[in-house]
Design a protein around this ligand. Structure first.
Ligand SMILES: CCCCCCCCCC/C=C\CC(=O)SCCNC(=O)CCNC(=O)[C@H](O)C(C)(C)COP(=O)(O)OP(=O)(O)OC[C@H]1O[C@@H](n2cnc3c(N)ncnc32)[C@H](O)[C@@H]1OP(=O)(O)O
Length: 301
C-alpha cells in the first residue's frame, strides 16, 4: 500500500509493506528528527522504521528490534529489503542508519541464531548477513551511521559498512569482539576494519576482540565524530547535507571504485564463506563458548 502525505510543507510518502517473516518496512516520521514533520503511525511488530524527506532525499532508517536490536533473521531481511528499496528510489540520495532505542545502536548478531542450530540453518542465516552487508556497503547512497549507543560486533559491522560514523559521547562501546565469543571475523569484515583504522591497530583490535569506548574509537578513526547522544541524529542530518553538496554521480562512482574489489571478492567467495561459518559456528567448542557467553550476558543482571 502506498500513500502520499503532505505535511508541514513537505511531502511524505508513507507505505507499509510486508516483508518475509512478517517484518515490516514503513515510511514514517521519526520523533526526534529535524526532518520529521510527517504523520506518525506505528505498530509494535515493525523492526525497521523508515522516514524519508522527499525534498532532500534523505531517509532515516531506525532499527527497532527490542531490547537491543540484535540482528536476527527478521531484522536482517528487513534491513536488506529497506536498503534495496531506497536504492531503487531515484529520489533518495542518502540514508542515515540509527537505532529507535537510544543507548543501544545494535548488539550485533543475535547469538541465539548461532546457538544449537543445524549447519543448514546457520548457513542460511550467514547468507542473510552477507546479503544485507552487500546491499549496504555497495550502496550508491550517502550512508551515515548515527550510532546512538553501544555498537559491538555486528553493530560495528553495520557502522563500518557506512560512509561516515557519528557516535554518541559517553559510556558506549564499539568494536569487533568476535574472538571473545571464539568466533573469527570474516575477511570482508576484517578488511573494513583495516580500511578504517589501519593495519596494525586493526590487527591488534581483532586479535583481542577489543571493544572501545567512544572517545578511544574516535582517536583510532573507528568513528569520525562524537556528539552528545541527543544530538546524534541532528548532526548526522547536517553532515549528510554537506555530503549532498557533492554531485551524486561522481561521489557514487568514486565510492564504488574503492569498494568494488571487496564486494567482488565476497560475491566470488560467498559459498566458501558460508561453509566456513557453518563449520566453525557449529563446532562443539564454539558452541560451548557461545553458551558461556550467553550465560555471562544473563548473569550481568
Ligand atoms: C574461522 C572461523 C569463522 C567463524 C565465523 C564467525 C563469524 C563471525 C561473525 C562476525 C560478525 C558478528 C558477530 C556478532 O555480532 S556476535 C554478537 C556479539 N554481540 C555482543 O557481544 C554484544 C552482547 N550484548 C551486550 O554486550 C549488551 O547487551 C549491550 C549491547 C552492551 C546492551 O547492554 P544492556 O545492558 O542495555 O542490555 P542487556 O541486559 O545486556 O541485554 C538485554 C537482553 O538482550 C540479550 N542480548 C544482548 N545482546 C544479545 C545478542 N547479541 N544476541 C542475543 N541476545 C542478546 C541479553 O542477553 C538480555 O537478554 P535477557 O533480557 O537477559 O533475556
Amino acid at each position: 500500500m502506498a500513500t502520499f502525505i503532505a505535511s508541514g510543507g513537505r511531502v511524505w510518502r508513507k507505505f507499509v509493506k510486508t516483508f518475509p517473516l512478517g517484518s515490516n518496512l514503513s515510511l514514517k516520521r521519526s520523533p526526534t528528527s529535524a526532518l520529521a514533520n510527517g504523520r506518525l503511525s506505528s505498530t509494535s511488530s515493525e523492526n525497521v522504521l523508515v522516514s524519508k524527506d522527499e525534498k532532500s532525499g534523505i531517509a532515516t532508517v531506525r532499527m527497532n528490534n527490542p531490547p537491543v536490536n540484535s540482528l536476527n533473521t527478521a531484522l536482517l531481511l528487513s534491513l536488506r529489503s529497506c536498503f534495496e528499496e531506497l536504492e531503487k528510489d531515484k529520489s533518495c540520495r542518502a540514508l542515515i542508519l540509527t537505532s529507535n532505542k537510544p543507548k543501544v545502536f545494535c548488539a550485533g548478531l543475535d547469538i541465539l541464531e548461532l546457538y544449537q542450530k543445524s549447519p543448514d540453518y546457520v548457513g542460511q542465516f550467514w547468507e542473510k548477513v552477507q546479503d544485507m552487508w552487500l546491499s549496504l556497503y555497495g550502496s550508491r547512497l550517502v550512508t551515515m551511521a548515527a550510532i546512538n549507543g553501544h555498537s559491538p560486533a555486528g553493530g560495528c559491522l553495520l557502522s563500518l559498512a557506512c560512509d561516515y560514523r557519528i557516535m554518541a559521547e559517553g559510556n558506549f562501546v564499539i568494536g569487533l569482539n568476535e574472538t571473545q565469543l571464539d568466533l573469527v571475523a570474516p575477511f570482508w569484515l576484517r578488511q573494513m576494519m583495516v580500511d578504517a583504522i589501519g593495519y596494525r591497530q586493526a590487527e591488534m583490535a581483532l586479535m583481542v576482540g577489543a571493544l572501545y569506548p567512544s572517545n578511544k574509537a574516535l582517536q583510532l578513526g573507528l568513528v569520525d565524530k562524537l556528539v552528545p547522544i541527543e544530538d546524534v541524529q541532528t548532526v548526522a542530518e547536517e553532515e549528510v547535507k554537506n555530503w549532498l553538496k557533492i554531485p551524486d554521480q561522481a561521489r557514487a562512482i568514486t565510492k564504488m571504485a574503492s569498494r568494488k574489489p571487496l564486494l567482488d571478492e565476497l560475491r566470488k567467495r560467498k559459498q566458501e564463506d558460508i561453509q566456513t561459518f557453518r563449520d566453525e559456528t557449529t563446532r562443539e567448542s564454539v558452541q560451548l563458548s557461545i553458551q558461556q557467553y550467553l550465560d555471562k550476558l544473563k548473569a550481568k543482571k
